[in-house]
Ligand binder design. Structure first.
Ligand code: MLT
Length: 327
């Protein structure tokens, strides 16, 4: 059955009583295609998630959602693009833990993370895997750690820039090993993974949604998952944790959330939140996430104010961790 197009009544306000008596005070939402900004390169984990969500959200709203990739500066360029967009619900942002880490990493962010956005709800949680090029001499984490200690600055860690999940994970890895490696930053982990597959860089810490398939295909070497517990998705089951291999307490799992610019009308926020809820309850979406090692959030994490409070707490938590890592 075709979904009902949501029509939102917009009051014209007390200043226009005569006009409101004559006109039909209703505006369609959506009025045109929505743009979902992905602040990383196409083909990477955020982009893959966005394309699945865009189709489902579009179906729920009875409209079209187009993905726009605005990569660079760890995702913050794309975030800034949405902060400046017209607050009418037609420009949305899908971003991850970088929403909480970038305030500590960029002294002059061109937006206020908590004040400049309408929070629409959380999406999922995604563990990460430390992977390496297939031609590395090390086949397990102990041998890799030894190799990295020998190579030091000659070993190359790929990431997606300050604020990216891969950078956060790579930073904590270097801190845990007591090492500084050479890092090469890309506009997303899709190009970073392409260079890893080509053997141009040595290691990458990336979300399971981007690593499960190359691990299953045997085109990268997997050295350990970043959560304290092993993962159950078939492509990832059996991989040891970094925690169990000597990096005691290593625990990085990232999350994604959906945002619109500050000032988006409450009716539109409600419509978008309802569309997100419906997208996340689509069994095909839930199955696909599970197969890639990700977990779709429960209903209680879809409350917009709860989402904002969670991000505020994450800004504090990661601020402390990043300050400690920089010491
Ligand atoms: C991406 O979509 O490319 C990633 O989320 C980048 C990252 O945060 O590591």
């Amino acid at each position: 059955m075709m979904p009902m197009r949501r029509r939102l009544a917009i009051a014209l306000g007390a200043a226009l009583p005569a006009l409101s008596a004559l006109a039909t005070p209703a505006m369609a939402f959506p009025e045109r295609a929505l743009t979902l900004v992905v602040p990383f390169a196409a083909g990477g984990p955020t982009d893959k998630l966005a394309r699945e969500l865009a189709a489902s959200i579009g179906r729920a709203l009875g409209g079209t959602v187009v993905v726009e990739n605005v990569g660079g500066a760890g995702g913050t360029l794309g975030v800034a693009r949405v902060a400046r967009a017209r607050p009418d619900g037609h420009t949305l942002l899908l971003y991850h833990i970088g929403m909480a880490t970038s305030p500590s990493l960029y002294p002059k962010l061109p937006y206020d993370t908590l004040a400049d956005f309408a929070y629409l709800g959380m999406v999922n949680e995604v563990p990460m895997v430390l992977v390496g090029r297939r031609t590395l001499p090390a086949t397990d984490f102990t041998a890799l750690a030894r190799w990295l200690r020998d190579r030091k600055r000659r070993a190359v860690l790929a990431d997606a820039g300050p604020g990216a999940a891969s950078q956060l994970c790579g930073l904590l890895l270097q801190q845990s090993l007591g090492l500084r490696l050479t890092t090469v930053s890309y506009k997303g982990t899709a190009p970073a993974m392409a260079d890893l597959l080509a053997g141009h860089v040595d290691i990458l810490c990336d979300q399971t949604t981007n690593t499960a398939e190359p691990i299953a295909a045997g085109t990268v070497r997997a050295f350990g998952v970043t959560t304290p517990q092993p993962l159950s998705a078939p492509a990832l089951a059996g991989l040891p944790t970094l925690h169990a291999q000597g990096l005691t307490g290593f625990d990085v799992s990232i999350w994604h959330g959906l945002y619109a610019p500050r000032g988006t009308p409450p009716e539109v926020v409600r419509a978008l939140n309802a569309a997100l809820r419906s997208a996340l309850r689509d069994p095909a979406f839930v199955d696909r996430m599970q197969a890639l090692g990700a977990v779709v959030v429960d209903d209680d994490r879809l409350d917009p104010e709860g989402h904002r409070r969670f991000v505020a707490a994450e800004i504090e938590r990661w601020g402390r961790a990043l300050r400690a890592a920089a010491r």
